[in-house]
Design a protein around this ligand. Structure first.
Ligand code: XIL
Length: 381
């Protein structure tokens, strides 16, 4: 009898220990600590981050650790832009970009090239050219050189960035003025010839505005009718806590999907600061320097209050719920930066503010929004 009792106690203890080990496993499987963003969304879309020069060159290892563990796609925040990569005619500087693509290859990441043809951050020599032949020569040389050098290492190129105005008309860039209104298509044809394997993307902001979106949709449809290769549209997604609405974002996804191309959210960040455009209307090319140092425009210099942190988390949650709903139409979601401290939104459109637009704070810690995204239900297996 006593022996039997001993057996029962032993069995009881044994089961308890087995259960504890088992429960621990379940805990660690479900715990946020062992998961990553890219793993969590792996059956839905790539999760990317724009990385700056410091991260690429190994001067910010903490950011690099986050990038490697949390993301499966990268975009160079500045290092492949024309003014840095070809500052003088025919003089290319691949020091940073070679390291950038190596990070992508080494970690098996979907590696993005940003951006081939863009009016902004363009080398000065290009801005001063006023004839077609010279412009075409440099455009061809730029595209050939970059696309050939990184063939097989870069998975997607932003071929043309920001070519339309808000009303859907062409932006009067040096490319438009010198090459004519067919230049976007010409450039895509050129890019497809250099590398028929790589994804070719048209990238722009404010695509929630219907006039601008329609211009891009018409362009895509024209490309399709002509047999010109275009694989995706990049929706920049520099948004804030309220704008655009979830409905407006859904319209972007549905409208572009209908044209038969993939949608990527290429530059996602959510500003929590007052929007200067709302203060003085929507006129473009405004100079906001008069707001510099104005405490009303920089309300959280010493930390984000909890209620705004909650709003940011809820905003990210709502956006990603929508992304999951339409994940069959979405190729990639890329955050424009890694930690808040180095976000471009601390200096744009007003210099010297403290913004909180990303998932990791100034001390490299995951924010509430990060955990909210990991709590979303996904088809993980
Ligand atoms: C921004 C960078 O984040 C800044 O560091 C730089 O000073 C200016 O450009 N749209 C784009 C990106 O396509 O390349 C821009 O990146 C942000 C807006």
């Amino acid at each position: 009898m006593i022996k039997k009792l001993n057996d029962v106690v032993f069995l009881f203890l044994f089961c308890g220990i087995v259960c504890l080990i088992g429960c621990n496993n379940i805990l660690s499987e479900n715990s946020n600590e062992t998961r990553s963003l890219s793993n969590h969304f792996k059956n839905h879309f790539h999760i990317g981050a724009a990385i700056n020069e410091n991260t690429i060159l190994g001067n910010d290892n903490k950011s690099k650790e986050i990038v490697v563990s949390e993301f499966n796609s990268i975009t160079p925040e500045n290092s492949l832009k024309w003014m840095f990569i070809q500052p003088l005619p025919g003089k290319f500087d691949f020091k940073v970009s070679d390291k950038y693509v190596n990070i992508g290859s080494k970690n098996g990441m979907y590696t993005v090239g940003h951006a081939l043809i863009w009016h902004s951050q363009l080398a000065e020599f290009m801005q001063n050219i006023d004839n077609k032949d010279e412009t075409l020569f440099h455009v061809k040389n730029h595209i050939n050189t970059l696309m050939n050098r990184y063939k097989g290492k870069i998975d997607a190129w932003d071929v043309v960035n920001e070519a339309f105005e808000e009303d859907g008309s062409f932006r009067e860039s040096v490319f438009y003025k010198n090459l004519g209104k067919n230049y976007i298509e010409d450039v895509f044809v050129l890019a497809a010839k250099v590398d028929p394997e790589v994804d070719l993307i048209y990238n722009d902001y404010n695509l929630y505005k219907s006039e601008k979106r329609l211009a891009v949709i018409n362009m895509v449809n024209k490309f399709k009718a002509n047999g010109t290769k275009i694989d995706g549209v990049g929706v920049q997604a520099h948004w804030d806590l309220n704008t655009p609405s979830i409905n407006e974002i859904e319209n972007i996804i549905l409208d572009f999907h209908e044209t038969g191309i993939l949608v990527s959210f290429t530059e996602l960040d959510i500003s929590v600061l007052p929007n200067p455009w709302e203060m003085i209307g929507a006129e473009v090319n405004q100079n906001f320097s008069k707001f510099e140092g104005d405490p009303k425009m920089n309300p959280y210099p010493n930390g984000l209050p909890n209620n705004i942190q909650d709003k940011l988390a809820k905003r990210y949650e709502d956006i990603f719920k929508l992304f999951l709903k339409h994940s069959d139409k979405i190729n990639r979601v890329t955050f424009w930066g890694v930690i808040d401290k180095y976000s471009w939104l601390n200096d744009w459109p007003i210099k010297g503010r403290t913004n909180y637009p990303l998932l990791f704070d100034k001390d490299y810690k995951s924010k509430k929004a990060y955990y909210k995204l990991l709590e979303l239900k996904t088809n993980q297996n």
